[in-house]
Design a protein around this ligand. Sequence first.
Ligand code: NDP
Length: 343
Amino acid sequence: MPDRNRRITLAARPEGPPRATDFELVEAPVPRPGPGQLLSRTIYLSLDPYMRGRMNQSVGYAPTVDIGGVMVGGTVARVVESNLGGYQAGDFILCSNGWQDYGLSDGTGVRKLDPAAAPISTAVGVLGMPGHTAYVGLLDIGQPQPGETVVVSAASGAVGAVVGQIARIKGCRVVGVAGAREKCDYVTRELGFDACVSRFDEAFPDALRAACPDGIDVYFENAGGAVFEAVLPLLNTHARIPICGRIANYNQTEPPPGPNLVPRVMGLTLVRRLTFRGFIIFDHMDREPDFLRDVGAWIRSGELVYKEDVVDGLEQAVPAFQGLLQGKNFGKLLVRVSDDPTR
Ligand code: NDP
């Protein structure tokens, strides 16, 4: 039996970008599963932008992490010991151990994984919550039609890459917005988008306009901030804007400088009959079987590809997470907390 459990806890609520001192790496004994519980060892920890919100005093739609509490997170793990029917030692599972080596579960939200069906890491990526978010946000909320122009921000990331590829499969003209030039190249060459514009380009709004000669019918919002401001004037009459995330604002402590854009946004929403709709993926679990069926088939046929950015070691979770909020990840960000015996 293992004897120690490394855990990364929340030491302080960040003001602005999280600092290393906002986290603490602590050790605790490995817990033993009680009746109806299983103990699992984390293999992959998913790092996701929503975790920044959970570090705040209030999130609004989900519980926050307490000071001293283990950072939350989706994980792929292997069962070490089980007192829970249907699970036995050695099983691979999707669970929520958070930022730690070992976790207990009563089975809530746990799914068994078949390593023969897909690489187990995909259960927190393209075949997990981010892929599901892309599928629901684009198809159900964005409702793209063949020939329409779809724009997605954070285009090379876990959600954005799936959004753009589904839009391509559905016959749309697809334009990505990403940061680094190598990400933009990947988005057009590997993911098959029609164009990708760097948000770092000095002439970014003009470049986006040039890439969208027929305007924008669906804007899948992951970024907010300056990207949204460049998209806004290009939105066509009856455009749909699924509001998935606004990562540009997550570290902000006060409103950005500049003019108040509310009257402009309301005015354009009215005259162009725009539909903005926010969504949280947990409200759409009924679509999970459809998502797994369709995206699974597109991966098997080679129509949809994915990229993972894997860092090794639990102690790397903090710098990797800080990097995620600065655009340093390239693909779905994962921490390999222990060896993946299926690879
Ligand atoms: P990604 O893998 O895309 O990583 C985040 C990316 O955001 C970075 O790589 C960077 O890409 C981009 N980014 C970072 N800072 C900024 C900035 N200041 N301005 C613009 N872009 C920035 O993350 P995910 O795919 O996991 O998440 C994408 C979005 O989806 C997030 O906003 C997240 O909160 C949201 N989300 C929402 C869900 C929901 O239920 N509503 C569920 C899951 C995710 P680059 O540098 O290339 O622009």
